[in-house]
Design a protein around this ligand. Structure first.
Ligand code: G6P
Ligand code: ZN
Length: 543
């Protein structure tokens, strides 16, 4: 086996976004494209000689090819050992758990998360550091900078490694350990939750439906829910991971997880519904005819955390991304714990978790998690909810209604305008930023603006500053309209408009969400002149 040094030239645009480098599969299939980026990661880390890495992905199209390339490049770059999930599979939270359990230097996740897969779909790659979490911006910037300078990469000339059989082998002196993708993660879950109570809940005849959306959460959910906790077979639907996710869009929201939504509104609906995305880090929680908003889910888990064994001693603090509703802040206030507001992107929670400032974190984009790993964790959220149901004997709907009665309801919705030409989206944001100084004090549709700014964040642990993280306009009574451009798309730009209204009066809690937000919706369209800039008069997705 020989180490080849291959001459290459930089590709434009290998800049990691909110969560790694995501591009069309055809982009990744260009000769040297993946190799350049992988070598840029290794170089930006100061080399990987003697290091141990974790490697796995969500099984989407191009996963297996990418795993072979990365193994051969890791060997050529002198890595000591790579732990790779059997079949090249590992969910994102499982990568995080494995990095932490075995104390490796980091890991590589192959996924484009909730973006569609298949030959015409998306592929993605990101690097996670030794705490198990996504690399912080200073690392992703160094990777990008390196990608613009790269002139060669190293790779072993060798036959493919057998990644389908669990066990150890060597590749040009590097140890390759093929591991069961589920075991370490399942063991961690068993250490956090009251499995006996959940088992008893199922044994008493309660039912659940978990939609794996043909993505990587399937094997994890089948092992945990059906094989460990005694949920009836068939509880997990769409449980076999497919390279193209069955042609679907593996994003657990009401617009895409329609099979689950239909089941949960049927006359014989199960007691609990859950879903997860392509790489199993997102979650949606559903009761009968009720989708729990991710912001509410975070708040409810925070308010009830002590019912879960791992959090029985109370929470250190909580964190949410800026566009996530302030529901969890209300809980933190009552509990007397700190609540942090960070930019969008799980990586911003890493320092707070490492420093022991927070225990639970969440985002409006269907992400919830805790300090057990450094990624959001879809199945963890599902198990948390099952633990609450088992511990209280209440239904999902009752838990939600009681929460609103106690803390008030934060009505919340996100309106997405997809497929906008990048220049137009940029122009819209620039125009909006230009107006910010004049907004405070103005009254729009009867609502007085109390503040308007472009969110900037100074990390309280390392002092790093992130600017331009979204425009927020706050009204009397705490209602908010927030605008930002998505950082995870691969085609054009997506404008996200986040709408929030606080309603303390229980008599108003049953109003349909879109109705409760009507004036804010009108304000959001006019203020940014969305139709004028984009030609779109209605959002393409509402969650
Ligand atoms: C990924 C990240 C999340 C983030 C989300 C935002 O899922 O892991 O932490 O909230 O992207 O996506 P956006 O498209 O709004 O930038
Ligand atoms: Zn994901």
């Amino acid at each position: 086996m020989t180490i080849k040094t291959v001459a290459t030239r930089p590709f434009e645009g290998q800049k990691p976004g909110t969560s790694g480098l995501r591009k069309k599969v055809s982009v990744f299939q260009q000769p040297h494209y993946l190799e350049n980026f992988v070598q840029s990661i290794f170089d930006a880390l100061g080399g990987i000689a003697g290091k141990t890495l974790v490697l796995g992905g969500d099984g989407r199209y191009h996963n297996r090819e990418a795993v072979q390339i990365i193994l051969k490049m890791a060997a050529a770059n002198g890595a000591a050992r790579v732990l790779v999930g059997q079949g090249g599979l590992l969910s994102t939270p499982a990568v995080s758990a494995v990095i932490r359990k075995y104390g490796t230097s980091g890991g590589i996740v192959l996924s484009a998360s909730h973006n569609p897969g298949g030959p015409d779909g998306d592929f993605g790659i990101k690097y996670n550091i030794d705490n198990g979490g996504p690399a912080p911006e200073k690392v992703t910037e160094a990777i990008y900078a390196r990608s613009l300078q790269i002139s060669e990469y190293r790779i072993i000339d060798a036959p493919d490694v057998d990644i389908d059989v669990i066990g150890d082998s060597t590749l040009a002196g590097m140890q390759v350990a093929v591991i069961d993708p589920v075991s370490d993660y399942a063991e961690l879950m068993a250490s956090l939750f009251d499995f006996a109570a959940i088992r008893a809940w199922f044994a008493a005849g309660h039912t659940a439906c978990f939609d794996a959306m043909h993505a990587i959460s399937g094997p994890y959910a089948i092992r945990l829910l059906e094989q460990t906790l005694g949920a009836p077979r068939g509880t997990v639907i769409n449980g076999t991971p497919l390279p193209d996710f069955g042609g679907g869009h593996p994003d657990p929201n009401p617009a895409y997880a329609t099979e689950l939504i239909d089941r949960m509104s049927a006359a014989d609906a199960p007691d609990f519904g859950g879903a997860s995305d392509g790489d199993a880090d997102r979650n949606m929680i559903v009761g009968r005819n009720l989708v729990v908003s991710p912001s509410d889910s975070l708040a409810i888990l925070a308010a009830n955390a002590t019912l879960v064994p791992a959090y029985a001693g109370g929470l250190k603090g909580v964190a949410r991304s800026m566009p996530t509703s302030c529901a969890v802040d209300a809980v933190a206030k009552q509990l007397g714990i700190a609540a942090y507001e960070t930019p969008t992107g799980w990586k911003f929670f890493g320092n707070l978790l490492d420093a022991g400032k927070v225990t639970l974190c969440g985002e409006e984009s269907y992400g919830t998690g805790s300090d057990h790993v450094r990624e959001k964790d879809g199945l963890w959220a599902v198990l948390c909810w099952l633990n609450l149901l088992a511990a209280t004997g209440k239904t999902v709907n009752r838990i939600v209604e009681e929460h609103w009665a106690r803390f008030g309801r934060h009505f919340y919705s996100r309106h997405d305008f997809e497929g906008i030409a990048t220049e137009r989206a940029d122009a819209l944001m620039a125009a909006l930023r230009g107006k910010l100084a004049t907004l405070p004090g103005q009254t729009l549709h009867g609502l007085r603006v109390v503040s308007a700014d472009d969110f900037a964040y100074t990390d309280p642990i390392d002092g790093s500053v992130s600017t331009k993280q979204g425009v927020r306009v706050v009204f009397d009574g705490g209602s908010r309209v927030v605008y930002r451009l998505s950082g995870t798309g691969t085609e054009g730009a997506t404008l996200r408009v986040y709408l929030e209204r606080y309603q303390p009066d229980s008599a108003q809690h049953g109003v349909p969400t879109q109705q409760a937000l009507l004036d804010l919706i009108a304000i959001s369209r006019e203020l940014a002149d969305i139709a004028g800039h984009t030609g779109l008069t209605e959002p393409t997705v509402v969650t």
